[in-house]
Ligand binder design. Sequence first.
Ligand code: GDP
Ligand code: IMO
Ligand code: MG
Length: 436
Amino acid sequence: MNKIDVLLGLQWGDEGKGKIVDVLTPGYDVVARFQGGPNAGHTLEFEGVKHVLHIIPSGIFHQEKVNLIGNGVLIEPHIFQQEIEGIEAKGIDPTRNLLISLKAHLILPSHRMMDAANEQAKGASKIGSTLKGIGPTYTDKIARNGLRVGDILAADFDQRYDALKQAHLRAARSLGFDVDAFRIDGMTLAQYEEKWNEGLQCLRRFNLVSSEYYVNRVLRENRRILAEGAQAMMLDIDFGTYPFVTSSNTITAGVCTGLGVAPSAIGKVMGITKAYCTRVGAGPFPTELFDETGSLLCSLGHEYGATTGRPRRCGWIDIPALRYACMINGVTELYVTKPDVMNDFEYINMCTGYRIDGAVTDEIPYNYNTAAITPILATYPGWKQGLAGITHYEELPNQLLAFLSAIEQQTGVSIAAVSISPDRKDVIFKSSTSMQ
Ligand code: GDP
Ligand code: IMO
Ligand code: MG
């Protein structure tokens, strides 16, 4: 029986997961999402064209590969339909290679309203949610009130939909939220519901399956599955910077619950990190830069949210957070993205520990959100040259190689590959055996 390989983000999201999944897909038979939903924005680039995916796995442009939306994922039918239409416009027929779990939960328009109502009620302490309805939908899942993809085939779906919507309307009003003024993409709730219902029709065109049986059969038949994480370690509901997190388990353990595979079936765990660090939304970020270097990382790295367009906060790479991520996820190999953004930097910093109240630690403390954390920085000379055209790891500039080997040494995990541009072709594997 084969094991399932996992690829996930080790920071606060947007590490380049979509790009790396697209590059690794030829080595797999199935690419499967296991958590999150349209809060994700995964960017792929090839042949000069950029593609942003939210719910659909990043293997979709490989027509001969199966892509699976697992039970742990949340689907918003209108966003799903828009995404499908975008893919169809690029000449791909996703009805051929996309499977959807009957057990995946549905994001209702009123879940999105609740997201806005909750954020408004939090005032200054708001999370900075993407407002796609993630928190309220997972809340209903755990409270056992949710609607699942399989329910759209049931005769009483409309009544159940309405009961849930009414509960949301009551809850939003009790928070003092102006339900009538609420808009999604400029539409009232009723207008958006029409689009949402069209989205349900679109969903019905797809192969809706008991994905846990499918996944285990594929592994038994010694075919290969790549599980694609969304969000990232530091946004995990249990181990991230709670409450400034998303509402799912973004970690390796989430693969077991989000796809229905046993812990013993987990194979390689590929962790993605940028050569620096970004965060979008609120919450702690000890290495954040508020100076010109931070602005340069943002502008040169095009650090604007793929889902919301918000500018991302930027800072130096954070080793304590990376080590934590490697520990919680059992990372077996690292992928480092975007060093090219710092090509012109005189020097590059790496945070190797935190100073908190005069004491030094390399652990993530419980009071991470409130502690005054001063990052301890190690400085590396910049490489001051472009990386375009480099195809072998050993050809990378010595200063960059030194920086990369410091990451390996500090985390205790080897680097499998480095990505040096948004394009599919620019991933440099350390040795030919690392490639699938
Ligand atoms: P994801 O959410 O982890 O899939 O990442 P996003 O797509 O949200 O953000 C990553 C951004 O960096 C996208 O705009 C990618 O096109 C881009 N990107 C990925 N890898 C590289 C790289 O190695 N160098 C540069 N310059 N950009 C990259
Ligand atoms: P990908 O998969 C970066 C952040 C939001 C907010 C918090 C909670 O592209 O890496 P939510 O909408 O889940 O309630 O938002 O999590 N967030 C992300 N940040 N990348 C993402 O996904 C994110 N998904 C959610 O900005 O701070
Ligand atoms: Mg993203």
